[in-house]
Design a protein around this ligand. Structure first.
Ligand SMILES: [Zn+2]
Length: 78
């Protein structure tokens, strides 16, 4: 699994919507990949804050921005 794959399914993973096999692959990727772990932590935190503030799911726009931000970082580092 690549970082792009991991990021693409992250939202589904957090909502337990991507199945046990894919979840296991994603967790294996996180175990090896520091940038994706950082992204996961940021994503979860932002999601919690958004939920606490609005008591609704994180807006799609915010998801898109977070994803774009990480992909940008990966491009710079790689
Ligand atoms: Zn990664």
């Amino acid at each position: 699994m690549t970082c792009q794959d991991a990021i693409a399914i992250l939202a589904d993973y957090l909502e337990a919507a991507c199945g046990p096999e894919l979840s296991a692959k994603l967790e294996a990727h996180f175990a090896d990949c520091e940038p994706c772990r950082a992204y996961l932590a940021t994503y979860k935190k932002t999601r919690e804050l958004a939920a606490a503030a609005q008591r609704v799911e994180m807006p799609a726009e915010m998801k898109r921005r977070l994803r774009a931000l990480l992909l940008e970082q990966l491009r710079r580092d790689g």
